[in-house]
Design a protein around this ligand. Structure first.
Ligand code: ADP
Ligand code: MG
Length: 152
């Protein structure tokens, strides 16, 4: 999917809202893959706004985790870019967030391997010219079921 500008990336994130709502009772792990500046946080912002979040959406680059509760959905936005070692995932006790009904959105999941759980949905973003390109892949049965609830 081609995303010519920032607004298109936010709209792409917004299109993920029905998918996330379909997983509200079961939990879901979404990896946001792609280089620095590829649009991972912008996608998350579009999703949160579409779910009804009106506050700011900051990158969790320094905090590791920004938690939200919106439309009675718990959403956890992670960014492991600053990890020096994957063990930091366990040391920070982050595994517990992945076992409940929350929606986990993970930037730089590869820096927390093998401890970070595998995704139900993998979203790949890349820079293309002055815009971005996104692709969405279901990686589990749950991911496939949720994806069928979206237009993506
Ligand atoms: P990441 O979280 O992947 O590092 P961000 O979401 O923070 O990236 O976005 C980095 C920059 O790219 C921001 O300035 C954002 O406005 C811009 N951006 C996002 N999507 C697009 C797009 N489709 N075209 C051009 N610029 C974009
Ligand atoms: Mg980011």
């Amino acid at each position: 999917m081609e995303l010519p500008d920032e607004a298109a990336t936010e709209a792409f994130g917004a299109a993920l809202a029905p998918l996330v709502q379909a997983a509200a009772d079961s939990g879901l792990v979404i990896w946001l893959s792609g280089d620095l500046g590829a649009g991972k946080t912008t996608t998350t912002r579009g999703l949160l706004r579409a779910l009804g979040h009106t506050g700011s959406v900051k990158s969790p680059t320094y905090s590791l985790l920004e938690p939200y509760v919106v439309s009675r959905i718990a959403l956890y936005h992670f960014d492991f870019y600053r990890f020096n070692h994957p063990d930091e995932f366990l040391e920070a006790g982050l595994d517990e967030y992945f076992s409940g009904a929350g929606i986990c959105l993970v930037e730089w999941a590869d820096k927390a391997l093998p401890y970070v759980p595998q995704p139900d949905i993998d979203i790949q973003l890349r820079v293309a010219g002055s815009g971005r390109v996104a692709s969405v892949q279901a990686c589990s049965e749950r991911g496939r079921a949720c994806l069928s609830h979206s237009a993506l």
